[in-house]
Ligand binder design. Structure first.
Ligand code: ARG
Length: 593
């Protein structure tokens, strides 16, 4: 489908050629939506054209308007306000859109082909020492939605997860379990595996802090006490053994990580996210090490006296970055060098998006620079989608202290809240228990997802559970409710949808169609800017506009049978676009609620 603003441009070019014998280029023309206070649908800005028409703004606009309306079936009228030419699109044209493109199941989507660009999208990427929290929820929702949006805009998407499954933090949980766990398992504790492991991570911290305090009270400096706490030294020793392949440590590691993976899987399933591939740091860090050592051999990286390996990034305006410790163990960055290389080899990509919080901006800046230094041509194809932090109204989330907002708990809480709200409103009376539960889940999860995704990823935000389920605000449930209302209207109407005929459209109908005409561009824009909030807010505007229409006009009891048909088709199309857009956000829409 050609967009209306493009058609307007080509008609304007024709008008110009015929009137002033000047050939304009498309990019010389500015077409925008007509401002609400004026009559019209699209506005051509005439001022920049005066040097070609060599005439006044009013005369130029009038000449263009009369030519354009006379030569394009699409346009039905115009008016001129100063140097602005406001153009009206005919009812007939709007109806052609509804009868055609707008009804198509893939409206607004670009197909994926054999040689469409390949995008790798990494998201989630947890550590295996504790369960997922609110920050991961934002991460997963963004990653999942952006994957869908990229797919919808003609990219071959590979979604990947990176599990940071090795390192000192993992050893901390393992050590605490070894000391105090008395063989406890998820089964014996009746706990999700990731929660159980998280419990021992918190336990480690408790012991560590107690040891530090004790040494401080005995007169040691805090810094020393922190560096020398015996439990920390034990954890380091465990990590060394892990890297050396010590069978006992490896066995414990596998067992506890296994618990964590089972737990994560359940959380992912509830969140509705999936990955095409999962990468494990334990499998890629060695490759990273090799690449780094090769970099030293080639003189790109350098070795200090103590044997540690560094990249000098001074020419790039940064400092020096550690890549291997003096004892030869690798760091977070080393692993990312290996992982990126492996992905490029195995799958390949034209661009690689990392969905990771903004506290890692420096990390990803350095990663790209190090890879570039090492001679990887694709280093400048890495893009860090750096998102802001999420808080609950009460205050910051903290992880170490065990007061973290747990992802599973939050989902439970949301579903409970959805149930309470529905019960208070008496919305689901007469529904079976299974159906009710299904709707509570959809609404609770929809509330959570929408509230987070409607915010620009770059911004910090506060997640307000109560506000997010409000049926009357800019919320998921409001849109879901609108969708269910549409389906209820459609169920009551005739089953077959006839195309629109000769009836005129009223102002609200035109406004709804005009909004839907923007949907493809909204998807493109949210893909270009990696910003699902554009789609979220578009859906809210559309749902609001529909509700006003529903309030102002009757659908099923409209004046004539033909008008009923016309409105049913319009409503059907609105429903499809709401469902399609919500799907891009990873949000389900209930058929009734
Ligand atoms: N696991 C890391 C963390 O929790 C995030 C990993 C992000 N991805 C990456 N490729 N470095 O902080």
């Amino acid at each position: 489908m050609q967009r209306i603003d493009q058609i307007i441009k080509s008609v304007a070019i024709e008008a110009f050629r015929s009137t002033w014998k000047v050939d304009l280029q498309e990019d010389q023309l500015q077409v925008q939506k007509t401002r609400r206070e004026f009559q019209g649908d699209f506005t051509l800005v005439v001022f920049p054209l005066l040097k070609h028409s060599k005439s006044t703004p009013e005369e130029t606009a009038n000449a263009l308007g009369s030519y354009m309306v006379g030569h394009s079936e699409m346009l039905s009228g115009y008016n001129v306000i100063k140097g602005f030419l406001n153009l009206e699109v005919s009812s007939k044209y709007w109806k052609t859109l509804v009868n055609g493109d707008l009804r198509s199941p893939n409206y607004g989507f670009t197909g994926v082909e054999k040689n469409s660009p390949r995008v790798m999208i990494e998201f989630s990427s947890p550590n295996t020492n504790k369960p997922l929290h609110l920050g991961h929820i934002r991460n997963n929702l963004l990653g999942h939605s952006i994957s869908r949006i990229m797919e919808a805009t003609g990219h071959r998407v590979t979604s990947v997860n990176l599990v940071n499954d090795r390192g000192i933090h993992i050893c901390k949980s393992m050590l605490a379990w070894q000391k105090d766990g008395q063989g406890e398992s998820p089964e014996s504790a009746g706990m999700k595996g990731d929660h159980l492991v998280g419990k021992y991570y918190v336990q480690f911290d408790r012991v560590y802090k107690a040891q530090v305090e004790e040494q401080v009270s005995l007169g040691k400096s805090r810094k020393e006490a922190e560096a020398e706490a015996s439990i920390l030294l034990e954890a380091r020793e465990m990590l060394r053994k892990w890297e050396a392949g010590d069978p006992e440590v490896r066995k414990l590691w596998e067992r506890m990580n296994g618990w964590v993976y089972e737990g994560f899987e359940e959380t992912y399933r509830r969140l509705g996210v999936k990955f095409d591939r999962t990468y494990y740091e334990s499998e890629t860090y060695k490759l990273g090490k090799e690449i780094v050592l090769k970099g030293v051999a080639e003189g790109i990286l350098y070795k200090k006296e103590d044997g540690s390996i560094w990249a000098n990034l001074e020419d790039e305006g940064l400092d020096h970055k550690l890549l291997l410790r003096s004892d030869g163990t690798s760091v977070y960055m080393t692993q990312d060098v290996g992982t990126a290389h492996q992905r490029h080899e195995e799958v390949g990509f034209d661009s690689h998006i990392y969905v990771v919080g903004n506290e890692q901006n420096y990390h990803f800046q350095v990663l790209a620079l190090v890879l570039k230094k090492l001679g990887f041509a694709w280093a400048d194809k890495l893009y860090h989608l750096s998102y802001g932090m999420v808080e609950l109204p009460e205050g910051k989330m903290k992880s170490r202290e065990g007061t973290v907002v747990d992802a599973d708990d939050l989902m439970d809480e949301m579903i409970k809240t959805a149930r309470q709200m529905s019960e208070e409103l008496g919305k689901l009376e007469g529904y079976g228990q299974d159906e009710k539960d299904q709707i509570y889940r959809q609404v609770g999860m929809g509330a959570l997802k929408y509230f987070i995704l409607k915010v620009d990823p770059k911004k910090n935000m506060t997640f307000d559970p109560r506000e997010s389920v409000d049926f009357n605000g800019n919320t998921g449930p409001f849109i879901q409710y609108t969708y269910a209302r549409i389906q209820s209207v459609l169920r009551k109407g005739a089953e077959e949808r006839l195309p629109m005929g000769d009836l005129e459209l009223n102002e609200k109908e035109v406004s709804l169609i005009r909004m839907m005409h923007e949907y493809p561009e909204i998807i493109q824009e949210s893909s270009r800017t990696l910003n699902p909030s554009l789609i979220a807010n578009f859906l809210y505007d559309l749902a609001k506009e529909f509700n006003q229409f529903y309030h102002d006009y009757s659908i099923l009891s409209a004046e004539s049978e033909e008008l009923v048909e016309q409105r049913l088709l319009l409503v059907d199309v609105i429903g499809r676009i709401i469902r399609s857009g919500m799907e891009l956000l990873g949000i389900e829409v209930p058929e009734r609620m």
